[in-house]
Design a protein around this ligand. Structure first.
Ligand code: ADP
Ligand code: MG
Length: 240
């Protein structure tokens, strides 16, 4: 579903992604770990071309990411992304937030978009907040709306970049639950997170990055119980 080949990226002198080769099969839940600054966010952002790459190729479901134009908008719609900051439109209701992109990008008619939005809001457990504005919701509720909004585009892939890092602790689980459900439904997911419980429970695969390179590529049990690299051992000793 996701196929990255020999991807390199620099920010000026900083070599932020080093020869990344990564194939993610359909339905896989991949947790991406690594110290701050190791390139996790950049890697995610290159997958839907929020960042360009210097060399290499990235394909989604067999179609190579174009550099620009209409095709890019369509391909980008296939890759949902949820950020640490929820990025909801403050002046739109929850329902409007979820309806908007399908109407604009996919050309979905209003009635269909509304019905689908209600369905998705129910699925993430915030259907009774549909007419409110984002600021009237808790952080956990806002992040669940952000997930519903991404899902409204019918993405083939979902990227989560520290989706619970900005939340009060008591709201982390309600968001993780939605992600676990999504994983159970077969969504292809890349998740950057510090929630090691989630990684153990929901991940099929753990990738550990350091200095822009993939250092370990293994199962959660292997990674947490017997990390092979010094970098990973050092990382784990700091978060446990
Ligand atoms: P992570 O998500 O693992 O913390 P990032 O991908 O955000 O790492 O960042 C990797 C490195 O690239 C860091 O050193 C960061 O400072 C740098 N970086 C990220 N975005 C930019 C940018 N737009 N311009 C310059 N440097 C950047
Ligand atoms: Mg990051």
């Amino acid at each position: 579903m996701i196929d990255m080949r020999s991807v390199d990226k620099h920010f000026g002198d900083l070599h932020v992604l080093r020869d990344i080769d990564l194939q993610v099969p359909t339905g896989q839940v991949l947790v991406l770990l690594g110290p701050s600054g190791s390139g996790k966010s950049t890697l995610c952002r290159t997958i839907n071309r929020l960042e360009t790459i210097d060399s290499g190729t990235i394909s989604i479901d067999g179609t190579q990411m174009p550099r620009e134009g209409k095709d890019l908008a369509r391909l980008r719609a296939d890759v949902g992304m949820v950020f640490q900051q929820f990025n909801l439109f403050a002046h739109k209701t929850v329902l409007q937030n979820v309806m908007l992109a399908p109407m604009k990008v996919r050309g979905t008619d209003k009635a269909t978009a509304r019905a689908r939005a209600h369905e998705l809001l129910a699925r993430v457990g915030v259907e009774n907040q549909a007419e409110k504005y984002p600021a009237q919701l808790s952080g956990g509720q806002q992040q669940r709306v952000a997930i519903a909004r991404s899902l409204a585009m019918g993405p083939k892939v979902m990227l989560f970049d520290e989706p619970t890092s900005a939340l009060d602790p008591e709201m982390v689980n309600e968001v993780l639950e939605v992600m676990v459900e999504l994983a159970g439904e077969g969504m292809t997911m890349i998740v950057v997170t510090h929630e090691m419980g989630f990684a153990r429970r929901a991940a099929d695969r753990v990738i550990f990055m350091a200095d822009g390179a993939i250092v370990e590529d293994t199962t959660p049990d292997e990674f947490f119980d017997s990390p092979r690299s010094d970098r990973a051992r050092d990382f784990l000793s700091k978060i446990h």
